[in-house]
Design a protein around this ligand. Structure first.
Ligand SMILES: [Fe+2]
Length: 389
């Protein structure tokens, strides 16, 4: 029968122009550490100064930490932690994409807990120590993909073990998430596509992982898949299409943010995260896109009826004599329309000689026990080798 286990303490402020609410809403502290990437993109776009000015109107001070790195590392999180302590900040503000928000979340753990960040990682070689407290986090996203805005996860890479692990820590649910699609208009086409497809895979993987148990998961995933199928190609084609940006942001940040607090992803994400850990220049969405076709062709035989449901959400008809193929057809069409189906891993510095090492990390260290099917090491190696170009 139905099973629901739902909890969300996130105040979501969603809609075009809602960044301005930062001047008037009740914030969770008096001084923010604004976490941004070192490429200064938030500063160049004028968003960083807007945020500082709005905080000032709200009588809140700010300091800036601009050492966030893509695929954030344990070392960069500790730098953010030290910056917060040095500047006397009592809350974190992640500004930008998933890397900035996840750095803010992980640093918020370390300002309130002793020891090493890895003591608190909830998978792999992590110490799985319980986190009882964290400084509050405000997220202001300028991308639509990760869903970290509304979930309790942060994903950090351990430079030594090469693991890129999820921390599932209730204390780091953002207190407030501002999701303003006008901040996403300047995102380039390829990143719009990669991040939007990341959100699609969250929905697909959540739907598969849920095994039909939670009606909420089904509801959120179905709506997200339908919206992304319709609106993502339009957002990629014209980044200034605010209606498209708004629908993609709603699917990626709100629906799939809430959904990831309810259930898990599958080994598709574990494979993608492992590639991101081994090859730091490989954007998360691209790790998923480049492995998607081979991965889903491999698992179609295990869950064909689920695939045909997913295909129907994407507007595809079932294929006579080929159960499950409708989802593959919908996926291929969407990646094609978004112009990323033929993107190769080699473009991101991937060395195929490291695939056996990747497989060992995926299966032996991180683990793929969340799957409802069993992939062997040989299966995963084949998926990686088939995907490489
Ligand atoms: Fe993801």
């Amino acid at each position: 029968m139905y099973k629901i286990d739902s909890y969300s303490p996130v105040r979501v402020i969603f809609g075009p122009g809602r960044l301005e609410d930062l001047a008037t809403i009740k914030l969770p502290g008096k001084k923010a550490l604004i976490c941004v990437t070192g490429d200064q993109i938030m500063s160049k776009l004028g968003i960083q100064q807007r945020v500082i000015d709005l905080l000032k109107k709200n009588n809140v001070e700010a300091a800036v930490f601009d050492g966030v790195v893509p695929n954030p590392t344990r070392a960069s999180v500790m730098e953010a932690t030290n910056a917060a302590k040095k500047n006397g900040c009592d809350f974190f503000l992640g500004l930008g994409g998933g890397s900035s928000i996840d750095t803010a979340k992980a640093a918020a753990i370390m300002t309130k807990n002793p020891g090493d960040l890895w003591d608190y990682a909830t998978f792999g070689t992590g110490g799985k120590k319980v986190v009882t407290d964290a400084n509050p986090v405000v997220s202001i996203t300028t991308t639509a993909g990760t869903g970290t805005e509304c979930d309790p996860w942060c994903v950090i890479t351990n430079e030594e073990t090469k693991e890129k692990l999820d921390f599932g820590v209730e204390a780091v649910y953002p207190a407030i998430s501002v999701i303003d699609p006008t901040l996403m208009m300047s995102l380039p086409k390829d990143l719009t596509a990669f991040q939007g497809l990341d959100a699609l895979f969250h929905a697909v993987e959540n739907y598969i992982c849920n095994k039909g148990e939670s009606k909420l998961v089904e509801l959120y995933a179905k709506e997200a898949i339908q919206l992304l199928t319709k609106w993502l190609p339009l957002a990629v084609a014209d980044g200034n299409n605010l209606e498209a940006r708004t629908n993609v942001a709603y699917a990626a940040c709100v629906l799939e943010g809430f959904n990831q607090a309810l259930t898990f992803v599958t080994s598709h994400h574990i494979i993608g995260q492992c590639l991101g850990g081994l090859f730091p220049k490989f954007p998360h969405g691209a790790t998923l896109v480049t492995t998607a076709e081979a991965y889903y062709k491999e698992i179609k035989k295990y869950v064909p009826e689920v695939f045909d449901e997913l295909g129907s959400f994407m507007g595809e008809d079932e294929v006579a004599g080929d159960p499950g193929q409708s989802y593959i057809n919908g996926l291929v069409k969407l990646m094609d329309t978004c112009g990323v189906r033929d993107v190769g891993m080699s473009k991101f510095g991937v060395d195929p000689a490291k695939f056996p090492e990747a497989v060992d990390i995926i299966v032996d260290i991180v683990g793929i026990d969340m799957d409802r099917y069993e992939l062997s090491k040989q299966d995963i190696l084949r998926i990686l080798e088939t995907s490489y170009r």
